[in-house]
Design a protein around this ligand. Structure first.
Ligand code: CTP
Ligand code: ZN
Length: 163
């Protein structure tokens, strides 16, 4: 099988975003960060444990007709630090960015402390400082360790209490 055949395991998209070089095994968490569960009608293709020269194995997530917010990219950097975000227009890659480690992330993650103001019925967006191995709630100080971050992704993708 040629390299091109291997690359086309997940077919190309026309317009949207390809999140490539995702840490193997993290594709479903990427979807959770984007708030995608299939109910919104987006076309999504996923490759899991696809061979990669750089990473050995990688996951790939392709979302049609959708770009990512800075908050989504920031949280993504926690679970897939090697990821590249490719913006696709009319089948061409018009922009390619590596995710960057950030000092803080807002929204999308939820604080595990039930008494935290971000879990009260207040319109407060979550905010966490990024630590060496995890994140710390900027409101109550609760620490979520690196390996547990994926379990604290807001299923609705906003990390904000409904107004
Ligand atoms: N891609 C896609 N649909 C397109 C164009 C590209 O799904 N219309 C995907 C490719 O399959 C690849 C990613 O977007 O997974 C980046 O495309 P490209 O930059 O062409 O690939 P590479 O050069 O291999 O990327 P990199 O250098 O980042 O590894
Ligand atoms: Zn908190």
């Amino acid at each position: 099988m040629s390299d091109t055949d291997k690359e086309l395991r997940v077919s190309k998209i026309r317009d949207g975003t390809v999140i490539d070089h995702v840490t193997a095994g993290q594709a479903l968490n990427v979807l959770a960060i984007l708030g995608i569960d299939g109910s919104g009608g987006e076309s999504v293709s996923i490759g899991m444990n696809v061979p990669s020269d750089k990473l050995g194995l990688k996951d790939v997530v392709k979302v049609e007709g959708r770009e990512l917010s800075q908050s989504e990219v920031d949280v993504l950097s926690l679970i897939a630090p090697e990821a590249t975000i490719n913006i696709i227009r009319d089948f061409d890659v018009i922009e390619k960015n590596r995710v960057e480690r950030t000092e803080s992330v807002t929204g999308i993650l939820v604080c595990p402390n039930h008494n935290c103001i971000t879990n009260a019925d207040e319109p407060v967006r979550t905010a966490f400082a990024v630590l060496e191995d995890g994140v710390r709630c900027s409101y109550c100080g609760t620490i979520v360790r690196g390996g547990d971050v994926a379990e604290h992704i807001d299923a609705h993708g906003s990390g904000e209490t409904a107004l």
